[in-house]
Design a protein around this ligand. Sequence first.
Ligand SMILES: [Zn+2]
Length: 407
Amino acid sequence: MQVNGERLWADLMSLGQIGAGQAGGHDRQALCDADGDARRLFMHWCRQAGLSLTVDAMGNIFARREGTDPSLPPVLAGSHLDTQATGGRFDGPLGVLGALEAVRTLNDAGIATRRAIEVVNWTNEEGCRFFPGLMGSAVFTGALALEQAHAATDRAGRRFGEELRRIGFLGEAPMGGRPVDTYLELHIEQGPLLERVGVTIGAVTQSCWSAMLDVAVTGQNSHIQSTPMPQRRNALYGAALLIAAVERCGYAHAPDGTASTVVIDAWPNNRIVLPHLVTLSFGLVCETEATRTAMLAEIDAAMARIGAETGLGFETRLRRLRDPFHFDAALVAATEQAAQALGHSVMRMRTRPGHDAFNMSTVCPTELIFVPCRDGLSHNEAEWCEPVHCAAGASVLAAVMLERANR
Ligand SMILES: [Zn+2]
C-alpha cells in the first residue's frame, strides 16, 4: 500500500495558496473567508475522487467512500483545514489530504472495502479564533453542546454560528450520534523527537497532563506622572512578575513540564493611566500528574508572594484541566506493523499538543500517527514536513485504514 506522494504533495501546496500568511505559511483561522475557500477546494477534490459529501451543523465535512456493507459503522480518517494566525501548511491539512490520498489510492487499485471510509475535516481544531479548540469533534462526540459552540464569540464579538452560516457551512447532516468503527489521524509531530532520533513514524499511545488558566490581576487606576511610587498599584507590574514566574516554573521542570503565558490584555491600556486590570492566560503540559500538581502549586505560591509584595489582587479561573487520552492498543500495534511492512522506522510516543483524536478516542478505537517536522517547529509559518515523510505517513495511514475497513 503506497500512496501517490507527488499527488499528495501537489494538493498540500495547492491548498497552501489559500489564506496565505505573511511569511510563506497561513493565516486561515476557523470560519474566515479563506477557511471557506479551503473547504470548497477540498470538497472539489473529494467529488473528483467519487466521494459523497455531507456537512453537519458544526460545519464538519464528511466525504464517504461506500463499503460493500453500508450497514457497518465506517472508518473515519482526517484532521482539520483551519490554521493558527501564524500557521503552517501541514498542521491539519496533512491529516485531511493524507486521508483523501489514501482513499484515492484504494480507488486506483480498484480495492473495495467492507466498511465505508469517510475522510473528515473537523471545524475549528485550532481554537485560536473561537475557544475552545477541537470544537467540531467535541460536538460530534457529545463532549460539547452544539448551542454552546454556536454561541462562542471571537475577539471582535462575531458569533461562531453566524460565521459558520456566513461562509456557507451550516450543514444539515445529523450532528454525531452515529457509531464509528475506527478513527485515524495523521499529523506532524509538532515537536523535535522524531527528527532528533531519525525515526519516520510515531505510533502515538497517549496524550499528557495539561492545564490552562486565566488570571485577573487587579490594582488601582491613577495618574502615571503624579502618583508616588509607594502608592502605585499597577496591575501590569504584577502581571509581569507573574509572567516571569510562570516561565521560570517551566524552565525548572523542563523537559517533563513546560509552561508559558500566551495572552495578555490591560485596561484602560493608555499612556497616562496606571492599569487597574490585566488579564492573562497561561498553559502548562506535563509528562506526569505529579509534575502538573507541583507546577500549579508553585505558580499559586508565586501569585500569593507577588500579591503580598505589591498589594495587587490575583484571581484565577481554571479554563481547562486535561488528563491523558489513551489510544487503542491494537491500533498502535497495527501502526507499528504497517510502518515496518513499508520499510519505515517507527517508535511509540506520546503527544503533548491536543488533537481531534482526543475526542474521538472517547467514542471509538482511535490512533494518531505522527511524522517528523523540521526543527520540531509548528504554529509557525516556516513549519515544514519533508515530502517523503508526508508520503510515508499517508501510506501507513492507508494500510491501517484498509485493514480496519475490511474487518
Ligand atoms: Zn493540528
